[in-house]
Design a binder for this molecule. Sequence first.
Ligand code: NI
Length: 138
Amino acid sequence: MSELVRFSVSLESDLLEQFDRYCNEGRFATRSEAIRQLLRDTLTTHAWESDAQDAAATLTLVYDHHKTHLAEKLMDLQHQHNDMVVSTMHIHLNHDTCLEVIVLRGRAGALQTIASELKGLKGIHKGQLVLATTTERH
Ligand code: NI
């Protein structure tokens, strides 16, 4: 293991409060542990962005059912990338909100791109991509 280094970070107090709540929800022993994991996740995702490696992924979207043309745009994009879209599960969460889980396969970089396009549409409340490859990455 490489040497531990300390560094200081400046951030807004309300952001720190939110972060401490996140840490205190029992998920992390210390702020340092939380930051390590968040950094690793972010850097792994970033490394995958330009990756030509074959991967599978799920993209979870939560969105506003009433947003004009959103459902149509989501459908159009999935049709455009039908070579990567394996399956889609749609759940009508309540009167206003839909949950969609899209299973994707393809080059990791391409999956990142389509996920960004889908997540970036107006009216998407939440979008999260989880990538999986068959080989362990460090
Ligand atoms: Ni729905």
